[in-house]
Each structure stands twice: as C-alpha cells, then as structure tokens.
Write a protein that binds this ligand. Structure first.
Ligand code: UDP
Length: 238
C-alpha cells in the first residue's frame, strides 16, 4: 500500500465535519475548505465516492433514547444526510467539480436514485458520487453505508476523515499520553474497541479485505496526500 496512488476511493465524512465551530448544523465556510481539496483530488483523476453522515443535524439513536421510535428517528437521521449531501454538492460545484447526489431511497425531485451501475458510470466519467440517505435502512449508520458502497463500487479503500491524526490507544483529545497507531488490524480494532468505525462496518471491511485509512481532514493538503498513497494517519487492514 506504500505510496500507491489510489484510482478509486470512498471518503467517509461525519456530519460534524460540516458543522464547523458551531458544532451543529451546516457551516458553509467549513465545508468549502475540505471541498476545495476533494475537488483537487477529483481533478487529478482519482475517482471519488463520498458518504456523508448526519450527526450534525439528527441522530436516530440519541432521539430514541429520549423516547422516539427508533426506526422513525433513524429515517429522520437519513434525511439529515441528504441535506448534508446537497450542501457538499453545492460546495464541490463551486470548486468546478462535477458531482451527482444519489439517494438510497427515492427523492427524485432532489437527487438521483442510487443505482450501482449508474454510480460506477458517473465515477468513470470523473464525477464525484455523493451517496446520501445511508443504506436506506433504519438501525444502520453511515459508517455501514460507507463500507457497503465502497465494496459494491469496488473502491480500493475507505478514507475515514476525522478531526484527529489517526487511531489512538485512547482519546487523544482527552489524554496527552495517547499513542497513535500507524497500522492496526481489524481484530485489534474490534477487541480494543478503538472506535474507528462501528462494528458492522469494521466486520464488512474485514470480511472483504477492504482497508480503512483514518486521517485528519482538517490539516491542509491531507486529502491529496492520503489519496496519493502517503502514509499519513492509520491504516486498518489484515
Ligand atoms: N441512519 C440510518 N441508516 C443508515 C444510515 C444512517 O438509520 O443506513 C441514520 C441514523 O439515525 C444515524 C443518522 O442517520 O444516527 C445519521 O448518521 P450517522 O450517525 O452515521 O452520522 P455521522 O455520525 O457520521 O455524522
């Protein structure tokens, strides 16, 4: 994997990446920064599928803990991811990038339905495919959607964008002595509960030999480096 430029990747962005300083909702300036880099990577010829979370707007699990029906709340969470997808589409297009939003359930006045073969065609034409509405099913997360779409679209890796530099043995925001892993196995991630992605996504990636690279979204230039095969962040494989 060293210094191998990827030809097709799936980038997983959490909803919080869109919220900027305000920690909630959508902050257009915050989106503009990383979308500029995604547009540059796309222009360099790397095919990009994007899966975006919705946690900056609504999380099904949190709402169900406060009494809402879980499935009902999860559908609201999936709708939140569509709002985020449209915001990212707008920002990418401001940087001259061709995009398509494809939703896991029909919203055809707003975006295309997700059809795998069409998504592949868009990728081949150099369009960034933004996969919205998660898997289309409650009780899943956008991490699982990322693993699913990465596999069916034959991406070479999931690039999991975070606000820290990779995977640590404990939370680096809370602990000064947290140690970063350069490489870690799927089993270690599951056994040590390293919080890379949820366990459904990790299991799918492991069962299908799909590497996950965890990297810092907020360091300028990282997007180009990670897609160019530079060893930044932490690689989860094996
Ligand atoms: N969700 C869902 N099924 C999916 C993907 C997402 O029900 O396949 C819902 C779920 O309620 C979740 C919300 O959408 O809490 C937002 O997604 P997620 O929590 O994964 O977003 P992130 O944490 O990445 O911002």
């Amino acid at each position: 994997m060293d210094k191998m430029r990827f030809s097709r990747v799936l980038i997983k962005l959490s909803g919080e990446a869109l919220a900027g300083e305000q920690q909630f909702g959508i902050e257009p300036q915050a989106i503009g920064q990383f979308c500029k880099e995604i547009a540059e990577v796309a222009a360099s010829g790397v095919q990009i599928a994007l899966v975006i979370g919705g946690g900056n707007i609504f999380r099904g699990l949190s709402a169900s803990a406060k009494g809402m029906d879980r499935a009902q709340a999860d559908y609201m969470g999936m709708l939140a991811t569509v709002m985020n997808a449209l915001a990212v589409q707008d920002a990418l297009e401001n940087h001259g990038c061709q995009t398509r939003v494809m939703t896991a359930f029909d919203m055809k006045e707003v975006a295309e339905p997700y059809i795998r073969r069409r998504a592949v065609r868009h990728l081949e034409k150099g369009r960034v495919v933004i996969c919205a509405a998660g898997t289309g099913n409650p009780y899943f997360t956008t991490d699982s959607a990322a693993a699913l779409r990465a596999l069916e679209l034959k991406c070479e890796a999931i690039l999991k964008a975070t606000k820290v530099d990779g995977v640590y043995d404990k939370d680096p925001v809370k602990f000064d002595d947290a140690v970063k892993y350069d490489k870690v196995t799927f089993i270690e991630v599951l056994e040590k509960r390293l919080g890379v992605m949820d366990s459904t996504a990790i299991s799918m990636a492991r069962d299908n030999d799909l590497p996950i690279i965890v990297f810092n979204l907020f360091k300028e230039g990282n997007m180009l480096k990670v897609t160019g095969g530079e060893n930044i962040g932490t690689i989860v494989q094996g």
